[in-house]
Design a protein around this ligand. Structure first.
Ligand code: CA
Ligand code: CA
Length: 433
């Protein structure tokens, strides 16, 4: 505990004040990102809605209440939204459960008719779906989108009320072209697209793509995502159907950071049971000079890929724990992908690799991305992951980066204890005040 006298004596420097603001006297909802805690601490730092007056502190338990509290996406008045219990995004304004059929009603869409219309055997593979069923699909998807996408305005904190199981099921928080947002202590589950779109030109054999990340940052700056849990549960990918020999994927990303987003700290979250987990940069031509992200003290378990997929930006991954044992049918492909000249520093992370797993498969790249850093452990042993990857790959990772991380508050110099310590200090529900 730091006394008021001590704070005054310290000269009320902004960084000092930010640290002391979290020193036990401030409740979870009013806490701010500590000084130097990753890229989101850069410049003005990340304070979310901590400066909200009492008229802009909300407690919400339903979708309608959440929508009302968020208000206009262009209103930058500081606000705190406390989520009490689990909000089901697939409900109407009266709280009635909505199903995929409810969204499809009146559009003419049917999954069977869609699948029949764009079967490569008859429709071919050269052009994107168009026509009656694609128009209907887009209309149905727009109805679901209107219901489950929550646009987060600037200067907002969204936080789960401690001591309850708090979260959003089936929803997508969209932080778009705004600054200064805090998302904490929430469980994001079952974000599912009722209306995946067939793209015959995606890859060699086409893909079913879905639309919603549980949390999506697009052109967002100063975002702190802390102590959240992400999961596909209760419907895992192994339950997905297959059409045209391709998985009918109803999930998109867990936490995607794209379209020139910048200055993001992703801290003490649990990412579990998911395929394409974290995308940094939406394409190889996303914004140069942005996409700066710190990712630390997170648990990644039952993740197939993109933990993260990093493009372009300066990205610091430290003190994370990756358990690459298959879980609930999610068999990992790789953990970290560095491509499109991404400048990744991976430092003091720990991996568990099951018997038969290959260290060379923990990384991926296109031959232009970098991964530097040291102190990474595989099954408790210091391991040069990049050397192992490069020895087995033609598209080699570069081993030098163009920057040195300095915003590293709380970094641990050894990854040894992370598998144990992070088990009880990450995800939603462990913060108590
Ligand atoms: Ca996708
Ligand atoms: Ca996405």
């Amino acid at each position: 505990m730091v006394s008021v006298a001590a704070v005054t004596a310290a000269g009320l420097g902004a960084a000092v004040f930010a640290l002391n603001a979290n020193a036990g006297t401030v409740d979870l909802a009013h806490q701010v990102l500590p000084a130097k805690d990753g890229w989101a601490a850069s410049g003005t730092g990340t304070t979310g809605g901590s400066k909200a007056d009492s008229a802009h502190v909300y407690t919400v338990s339903t979708r309608a209440q959440l929508v009302k509290a968020l208000g206009s996406s262009t209103n930058s008045t500081a606000k705190i939204i406390q989520v009490k219990g689990v909000i089901d995004a697939n409900t109407d304004d009266a709280g009635k459960k909505l199903t995929c059929s409810d969204y499809a009603a009146g559009t003419g869409y049917s999954q069977a008719a869609y699948v029949k219309a764009y079967d490569p055997a008859t429709y071919g593979r050269s052009k994107l779906p168009s026509g009656t069923q694609e128009t209907a699909r887009a209309a149905a998807q727009a109805k679901q989108s209107k219901n489950i996408v929550f646009k987060v305005p600037a200067n907002t904190t969204i936080v789960g009320v401690p001591g309850t199981k708090a979260g959003i099921t089936g929803g997508s928080l969209q932080v778009k072209s705004v600054d200064n947002v805090i998302i904490r202590n929430l469980t994001f589950a079952a974000t599912e697209d009722c209306f995946p779109q067939w793209d015959p030109t995606d890859g060699d054999t086409g893909n079913w793509n879905s639309a919603y990340d549980a949390v999506t940052l697009r052109g967002a700056t100063h975002v702190w995502a802390d102590h959240n849990t992400f999961t596909d549960a209760p419907s895992f990918d192994k339950a997905n159907k297959t059409f045209y020999g391709r998985e009918y994927q109803i999930h998109d990303g867990d936490l995607d950071i794209t379209n020139g987003s910048d200055l993001v700290t992703v801290e003490r979250n649990q990412f579990t049971n998911h395929d394409k987990t974290m995308l940094i940069g939406s394409s190889d031509t996303d914004s140069v000079g942005k996409l700066r992200v710190s990712i630390h003290h997170n648990v990644w378990k039952g993740i197939i890929q993109r933990a993260p997929l990093a493009r372009i930006g300066q990205i610091h991954l430290y003190n994370n724990y990756f358990d690459t044992t298959a879980l609930n049918g999610y068999a990992p492909l790789y953990s970290i992908n560095s491509r499109a000249k991404a400048q990744v520093v991976a430092q003091n992370n720990a991996w568990t690799v099951p018997s038969g797993g290959k260290v060379a498969k923990l990384l991926s790249g296109d031959g232009t991305g970098s991964i530097a850093g040291s102190g990474n452990l595989v099954n408790g042993t210091t391991t040069d992951l990049v050397a192992a990857y490069n020895a087995a790959s033609s598209k080699k990772l570069k081993t030098t980066v163009n920057w040195t991380p300095t915003l590293t508050a709380g970094i641990e110099s050894s990854a040894k204890n992370l598998p144990t310590s992070l088990a009880t200090t990450t995800g939603a529900g462990v913060l108590t005040n």
